[in-house]
Design a binder for this molecule. Structure first.
Ligand SMILES: [Zn+2]
Length: 64
């Protein structure tokens, strides 16, 4: 088996350091995001997924 899914590591886009999945608390809600142990960069998985240049940074529920 050549699958390496077991050890899935996320690296920081900035410094390529190791990231940990942590729980954060916003003013409104709780959410999970990746935090870099090295530089402290926080990468919200939702934001990372919707990373498009022409998108407005507005928090809106995307239906479909
Ligand atoms: Zn980093």
């Amino acid at each position: 088996m050549a699958k390496t899914m077991k050890e899935k590591r996320v690296r920081c886009p900035r410094c390529n350091g190791a990231m940990v999945f942590e729980r954060f608390q916003d003013m409104l809600e709780l959410f999970y995001a990746w935090r870099c142990l090295n530089c402290g960069e926080i990468m919200d998985p939702v934001v990372a997924r919707n990373r498009e240049p022409e998108r407005k940074p507005k928090k809106k529920a995307v239906g479909e």
